[in-house]
Each structure stands twice: as structure tokens, then as C-alpha cells.
Design a protein around this ligand. Structure first.
Ligand code: 15L
Length: 273
């Protein structure tokens, strides 16, 4: 990964104070992007931008100002797991529509959306081969439903308005894989930067989905679609397989290991109204 001399573009990163945002922002800046950030929480030190609650329509003018003159948006802001339906709807669905609409108004053509593997959480792992990035939705939670809606909104804005929208079906963003499942689903911090950079920079994509994982030897998900956009992950969870599996061979009879969404698909994870 070397800074691209031709790259002097500006990206707005939503959810900049979140775990992925705090990794990706400095990484994109190091690659030559001018980064602006927004979050409802306080912005990390050194990030230029403004606080905004994307779930609150009153903050739309802040979003418009942040998008003025930007070239791309990386929309990470969300409730990152299961939650109460009204909150999920406001923070993950309404806010995404607001970001896409504001990007359209500001003539920002490229939007990269953080989707999740939980959009397809109830899909069974393939016995062999890998699941394509366009695997049809089988959400495992309200959270997963919100990511299906996010992908649908992305497709709508791409097809109706000619925007370029990439939905990243992110696996497990962690400093290192911690469980047998994460040996397949891990997205390393450095690969998260590569993924963001590639999908923000790729030539016209229309609407597309990409699995957000590292080059894991045990992956269940295809990287072909990502590679086609220039995403070339360099990390492999296999480097951690020894310690992860030490004394704890995966129990393949465990149904949650047979499904894309892992724990999210189990009874304990079901949302209790
Ligand atoms: C996600 O989408 C969540 O945001 C994260 O907390 C993890 O649960 C991850 O998926 C995963 O599947 O490991």
C-alpha cells in the first residue's frame, strides 16, 4: 500500500469515532485522502469535521455542509449489533437514507456503505467453495434486517440516480481473530483500510456488494468481487489458528458454526421485545 500521488480526494466518514472509523480514518489519510468525519459522539483528536446525529433530521444541514465539495462518503455510523427495533430503524435505516439523499443533493457520486454478514446470517455455510458477495439476504436479527435495507437503499440510489454504491458485508473486524468462526470471518485493521480505499477509489461500480474479510484460508465468503474492485487483502487469520484452536477444537455440531451469522443466529441472541 503506497500513497497514490494522484489521489487528492475528500471523503466524509460517518461513525468516525467508532471502532472501524478510528482505524480507517488515519489509514485513508496516509493514502492521500483528505478525511472529514462525523459522529454523534465526540470526534477523535485530529479529525476534521463536525458532530451530528444522523438519526435526527434536524442535523441534516450539518451533513450537507460536511458533504459540500466532498468526492465520496464512507458510511459507517450505525448501531453495530442487535437492538430495539425503533432505534435500529432510526439509526441504521433512516440515517442511511438521509446520507444517500444528502450525497445525491451534494453530487457526491461514490458512497461506500457498511453492511454486515448478518444481512445473510441465516445462510448455511457452503460445504465447499465460497458464498458469492451477492448471496441473497437471510437476516438473523433486526440488525441484519437493517443491513438488508441499507443494501436495498444503496441499490435504489445507484440504479435510480446513477450513483456508485458499494455495500461492504463486513465479517469480524478485530485486532486478531479470537474464535474458530473468526478464523473464517476476520477482517484485520490493515485490510479494513485496504478495503475502504479500494471501494472508494474503484472506477464506476453501479451497485455492488463485497464481503469485508481478510484473505483467510478458512473463509466461507468469496473475495472475487472485492478483488475485481482492487481490494487485495494481505492478512490471513490462519496465522492465529494455533492459539485460537489450542485446547478448543471447534464443535462442528454446533449449529451456530454452520450458519454465516454465528452467535447472532442462536436462541440467546433472539431479540426479546
Ligand atoms: C457485525 O456486524 C457486528 O457489528 C460485530 O459486532 C460482530 O458481531 C460481527 O458482525 C461478526 O459477525 O463477527
Amino acid at each position: 500500500m503506497t500513497p497514490d500521488a494522484l489521489l487528492t480526494r475528500t471523503v466524509l466518514v460517518t461513525g468516525v469515532a467508532g471502532r472501524i472509523g478510528q482505524t480507517v480514518c488515519p489509514g485513508l489519510a496516509a493514502l492521500g485522502w483528505t478525511v472529514r468525519g462525523t459522529d454523534r459522539a465526540e470526534l477523535p483528536e485530529g479529525v476534521h469535521g463536525a458532530r451530528a446525529d444522523l438519526a435526527d433530521p434536524a442535523d441534516t444541514p450539518v451533513l450537507a455542509a460536511l458533504l459540500d465539495g466532498a468526492d465520496a462518503v464512507l458510511h459507517l455510523a450505525a448501531i453495530p449489533g442487535e437492538g430495539d427495533w425503533d432505534r435500529i430503524l432510526a439509526c441504521n435505516v433512516d440515517a442511511t437514507q438521509r446520507v444517500l439523499a444528502a450525497a445525491l443533493r451534494a453530487r457526491v457520486r461514490r458512497v461506500v456503505l457498511a453492511s454486515s454478514n448478518h444481512a445473510a446470517g441465516f445462510v448455511r455455510r457452503p460445504a465447499r467453495g465460497r458464498l458469492p458477495a451477492a448471496t441473497p439476504p437471510r437476516p438473523d436479527t433486526f440488525y441484519g434486517v437493517s443491513k438488508v435495507a441499507l443494501e436495498a437503499l444503496g441499490a435504489l440510489y445507484a440504479e435510480r440516480h446513477g450513483m456508485d454504491v458499494v455495500a461492504l458485508r463486513i465479517g469480524s473486524f478485530q485486532p486478531r481473530p479470537r474464535t474458530p468462526r473468526e478464523l473464517a470471518t476476520w477482517l484485520s485493521p490493515a485490510d479494513a483500510v485496504r478495503l475502504a480505499h479500494a471501494t472508494l477509489s474503484a472506477p464506476s461500480v453501479g451497485f455492488t456488494t463485497v464481503w469485508g474479510i481478510s484473505a483467510n484460508s478458512r473463509a466461507w465468503w468469496s473475495l472475487a468481487e472485492g478483488r475485481a474492485l482492487g481490494y487485495h487483502p494481505a492478512d490471513d487469520a490462519e496465522a492465529f489458528a494455533g492459539p485460537v484452536l489450542a485446547g478448543e477444537e471447534p464443535d462442528w455440531a454446533d449449529e451456530s458454526l454452520a450458519l454465516v451469522g454465528g452467535d447472532f443466529t442462536t436462541r440467546e441472541w433472539r431479540y426479546q421485545p
